[in-house]
Design a protein around this ligand. Structure first.
Ligand SMILES: [Zn+2]
Ligand SMILES: [Zn+2]
Length: 355
């Protein structure tokens, strides 16, 4: 694929990212701050929490995950911006993943802030994070991985691969559900919600048309592409959702993208086109792998045959599961367009489309 270099809008933040460090708290613009909150043991290293100043406090976009270290970093970062944790009036959460939603409950406890989340993600909280019901989610994940042809001896390990990060979330319920197109009631801000399903069913971006800013969460990032996968809680065709959501943000008149990881940047359309091309290439590769085999392949067998950024053998359980479920997202997308066919069974087998 042609090389595409994004245009970082903060050289200092970009340099810190490149050096493997956590960037400083920065003033992004009038009344707007970026506060990196560390997420140790995760290769992304930090979540960028955005602090939006209001006449009577602040709103934050995303929160970090639920550890003391993250909480302390958020409190310290708010301090640099001249605010305390008790000043937080609203926590706008882009999506339900632990590094974004995890700390929201603790911020609410300390401040009385309301928490806002899209209903499609709010609906997943109970099964995902409540101890009494999480077994059913693991069971459904196991069934799905079995149908994907994951070898029996690793099924349990892969199905339970997210359990170790559940404690990073306080499983609170949101106070407000934010729908597509909602204007957020934040004095001094013209913020509008844009529903961008794909990476998660209820992923939200927040747009400021006046300031031409896009708070992009994990939907569009400068370097990496977010995981888009079929899993028990996903919508049926998450890759179709994701590509549609990319097309939706591409239409926005935006000057600067404020993502939740890495660094902020300009040239949203260039980045969107690059990510779209990446998925088109991946779809072509998946179709080619299926076409080259006789007798059909399981999703797992397709995944093993694809090229990955690292050798497949080095993938741990979580990465293997993500890779399998991402491959399934591409297969489902291709099947819906008649480019491959699925023969259901135990496991399902994927064949080239009938000529
Ligand atoms: Zn995420
Ligand atoms: Zn994230």
């Amino acid at each position: 694929m042609a090389k595409f270099v994004v245009n970082p809008s903060s050289p200092a933040q970009y340099d810190a990212w490149r050096q493997g460090a956590v960037p400083e708290v920065e003033r992004v613009g009038p009344g707007l701050w970026s506060v990196p909150v560390p997420i140790p043991v995760n290769p992304l290293r930090y979540v960028l929490v955005y602090v939006l100043e209001l006449p009577d406090g602040v709103a934050i976009v995303d929160a970090g995950w639920n550890t003391d270290e993250a909480y302390d970093a958020l409190v310290a970062g708010l301090g640099v911006a001249g605010h305390g944790i008790a000043d937080v009036r609203a926590v706008l959460v882009t999506h339900i993943h632990p590094d974004h939603y995890g700390l929201a409950g603790r911020v609410r406890e300390a401040s009385g802030a309301w928490i806002g989340l899209h209903p499609a993600d709010a609906a997943l909280i109970r099964e995902r994070y409540d101890d009494e019901v999480v077994d059913s989610l693991v069971r459904r994940e196991r069934e799905m991985l079995g149908r994907s042809g994951v070898p029996g001896e690793t099924l349990d390990e892969l199905a339970g691969a997210s359990m170790s990060i559940r404690h990073l979330v306080s499983a609170v319920r949101p106070d407000r559900l934010i729908e597509d197109g909602d204007r957020l009631d934040l004095p001094g801000w013209d913020l509008r919600a844009l529903w961008t399903p794909g990476h998660s069913p209820g992923h939200l971006c927040f747009v400021s048309p006046e300031r031409r800013l896009l708070f992009s969460g994990d939907h569009v990032l400068a370097k990496i592409t977010p995981i888009v996968a079929v899993h028990p809680q996903s919508r049926p065709n998450p890759l179709a959702d994701y590509l549609d959501s990319l097309a939706a943000v591409r239409k926005l008149d935006v000057e600067e993208v404020l993502p939740a990881h890495e660094y902020r940047f300009r040239d949203l359309t260039g980045r969107v086109d690059h990510v779209t091309a990446h998925h088109e290439e991946r779809l072509a590769e998946v179709e080619q792998v299926v076409g080259a085999a006789t007798g059909g392949l399981t999703c797992w067998e397709v995944a093993v045959r694809l090229t990955w950024s690292r050798p497949w053998e080095t993938f741990q359980a979580f990465a293997r599961r993500a890779a399998t479920n991402e491959t399934l997202a591409h297969l489902v997308w291709l099947a819906e367009r008649g480019r491959v066919t699925c023969v259901p069974g135990e496991p399902d087998r994927w064949h080239p489309a009938a000529p």
